[in-house]
Design a protein around this ligand. Structure first.
Ligand code: GLY
Length: 258
């Protein structure tokens, strides 16, 4: 099924090593290696049949390659978010410029202060969205997000986060009612009606896979997840994300797919 025809990515910047990190995956990212991994990621998206818009590196924002956070793109509207991380808040203006090339002005909405919301906390499952209440996404941001979705005939469920950075750090939708879940999301009531693939703790990072037009892109080095996804019948591609992982970034964080 061809669901996504476009993706937006932003090249990593040299300041990448100064990006926000929880320290869960130690080390500083190597810029040159990160660029090579990013090129391979773009290639994987193209192999899945999407046209990729590659934005230039933005040295003002070390985390700016994680374009998923400053916007949420739906089939009916675009939502420019208000990132809760102060050092990332300005990323929303650069992404707005790119989004304007795909959505008319009257279909571009905004999350406004005091609301905060990051796209990493938003998981799309058809026209229903799950949104994580986290250190980056607050109650007012979720209220505004819900109001915008309702205006376009879409719905959402709030999910309280306990430990992880973003909702999609630990749960991702692979279409066909299938979810990849790890850690605190394995038994969450909100996801009980889905077929859940439970990921072992040692491979929890790979809960962040992306479904792109019937292919699932999986981070390299997670054999249990690769097997589990393949056994659901998906074509798979793997991409090494070691340098982005050091900043708690995963495959979904690196693109907007729409
Ligand atoms: N380093 C990604 C983030 O914390 O937003």
């Amino acid at each position: 099924m061809q669901k996504f025809s476009h993706a937006i990515v932003r090249k990593p910047c040299r300041a990448l090593a100064e990006g926000i990190s929880s320290g869960l995956y130690p080390g500083k990212p190597d810029y040159e290696l990160a660029c090579r991994q990013h090129d391979a990621y773009i290639q994987a998206l193209r192999e899945c049949g999407v046209d990729v818009m590659v934005l230039p590196a933005d040295e003002r924002y070390p985390d700016s390659c994680f374009v998923e956070d400053p916007a949420v793109l739906t089939r009916r509207c675009a939502i420019i978010t208000n990132p809760g991380a102060l050092s990332r808040n300005g990323e929303k203006e650069g992404i707005l410029e790119a989004v304007r090339q795909f959505y008319p002005e009257d279909k571009i909405e905004r999350i406004l202060p005091p609301g905060t919301l990051e796209g990493g906390d938003v998981m799309m499952a058809g026209d229903h969205f799950f949104v994580g209440k986290s250190a980056r996404t607050n109650a007012e941001g979720i209220r505004q997000f819900q109001e915008i979705l309702e205006k376009y005939g879409m719905t959402c469920t709030e999910v309280e986060l306990e430990k992880v950075l973003h909702l999609k750090t630990g749960v991702n939708y692979l279409e066909n009612d299938i979810l990849l879940t790890a850690g605190e999301f394995v038994d969450k009531q909100e996801f009980i009606s889905y077929h859940r693939i439970v990921i072992p703790e040692e491979e929890a990072y790979a809960a962040n896979c992306i479904w792109v037009n019937d292919t699932v892109i999986i981070p390299e080095g997670y054999p249990a997840v690769l097997d589990a996804v393949r056994s659901c019948g998906y074509r798979t591609l793997t991409v090494d994300t070691s340098e982005f992982r050091k900043l708690d970034g995963g495959l979904s964080c690196l693109s907007l797919r729409f």
